[in-house]
Design a protein around this ligand. Structure first.
Ligand code: IPM
Ligand code: MG
Length: 358
């Protein structure tokens, strides 16, 4: 198996190192044959090559069975023109690989129910899956830009979805719902946007082919409210690219910290890129305080969805569970009475648990 590792910027570098340590431990324990190739993306790529997404990175991604990505971006590159920004590199590789489906599991570990800013009874036991479309919507729609009109500038973007794009992500959500509790909540803004009228229409049609799955619809403003009011009403939450971006950060806080959240981005061939939901956190980069668990759990998703080794995914997830049960916490999930650990100590504890549990 070949993995393309792309640490990226900021804390991406530190947390990727911990995920690689965990994979190395699995190689060692189970004799897995896994090779790594390191690729450049985002600000790091811009600094070394003048572009946020070098062709060489696309070649490595093409050749790999899966891609493990840290995070990109930082204030250092904020003044660059749009096409050179680190985020463009990330969107570019998602589009290039056709990673249309972004799966973001929102799971509250019992040990962390108190770490959320919401009351524990609201979040404890929460287990939902956000299925976010990732290669369409206002992120990619044309035309886009900033034009001059009279004496001022006007910024514009286009929210756009084709029927086939909507159908593809809807099918994914229904298939996932079948393996869970059989409920899909589709989120849109059909009361205002034509694009979202089409969304609701196509999702409803696809739903007719999945009579065993219950489909409901919710407007995005209400969904944002319901997520903090009563999150346990949701199981699979299906959204477009931009609403999914926003709602997944909101949902992340139900788990206590966005640092806990993994994600998988898949194309129709199940090639996947695996990255934590959080960003590069430049304010804490290099300090050894970042939480590597979102990244490590992303590696677990990689074993499950792209490498055909769900047993390795289970092993990583149980090791993380054990470490949390034993009270180790990085700063973002720390509360009085816990044991405060650094990024690398956390990675080391997961590794030790893997070795003990195997
Ligand atoms: C995410 C991030 C990205 C997005 C940014 C960094 C471009 O926020 O993966 O959620 O908006 O998709
Ligand atoms: Mg985001």
């Amino acid at each position: 198996m070949k993995i393309c590792v792309i640490p990226g910027d900021g804390i991406g570098v530190e947390i990727c190192a911990e995920a690689v340590r965990v994979i190395d431990a699995l190689k060692d324990i189970h004799g897995l044959k896994i090779e790594y190739e390191y690729g450049l993306l985002g600000g790091a790529a811009y600094d070394q090559t003048g572009r946020p997404l070098p062709v060489e990175t696309l070649r490595l991604a093409d050749e790999a069975d899966a891609i493990l990505l840290g995070a990109v971006g930082g204030p250092k590159w904020d003044k660059l023109p749009a096409e050179s920004r680190p985020e463009r590199g990330l969107l570019g590789i998602r589009k290039y690989l056709g990673l249309n489906a972004n799966l973001r599991p929102i799971k509250v570990y019992p040990e962390l129910a108190n770490a959320s800013t919401l009351r524990p009874e609201v979040v404890s036991g929460l287990d939902m899956m956000i299925v976010r479309e990732l290669t369409g919507d206002i992120y990619f729609g044309q035309p886009r830009g900033i034009r001059t009109s009279g004496f001022e500038r006007v910024g514009y973007n286009t929210m756009e979805y084709s029927e086939s794009e909507i159908a593809l992500i809807a099918e994914m959500a229904f298939r996932i719902a079948r393996q869970r509790s059989g409920k899909v909540m589709s989120v849109d803004k059909m009361n205002v946007l034509e694009c979202m009228q089409l969304w609701r229409d196509v999702v409803t049609k696809v739903g007719e082919r999945f009579p065993d799955v219950t489909l409901d619809h919710m407007l995005v403003d209400n969904a944002a409210m319901q997520l903090v009011k009563n999150p346990k009403q949701f199981d699979v939450l299906l959204t477009g690219n931009m609403f999914g971006d926003i709602l997944s950060d909101e949902a992340a806080m139900l788990t206590g910290s966005i640092g806990m959240l993994p994600s998988a981005s898949l194309n129709v061939e199940d090639k996947g890129m695996y990255e934590p939901c959080h960003g590069s956190a430049p304010d804490i980069a290099g300090q050894g305080v970042a939480n590597p668990l979102g990244m490590i759990l992303s590696a677990a998703m990689m074993f499950r969805y792209s490498l055909g080794r769900p047993d390795m995914a289970d092993a990583i997830e149980s090791a993380v569970q054990t470490v949390l049960t034993n009270g180790a916490r990085t700063r973002d999930i720390f509360q009085a009475g816990d044991r405060l650990v650094s990024t690398s100590e956390m990675g080391g504890l997961v590794e030790a648990a893997l070795r003990r549990l195997s």
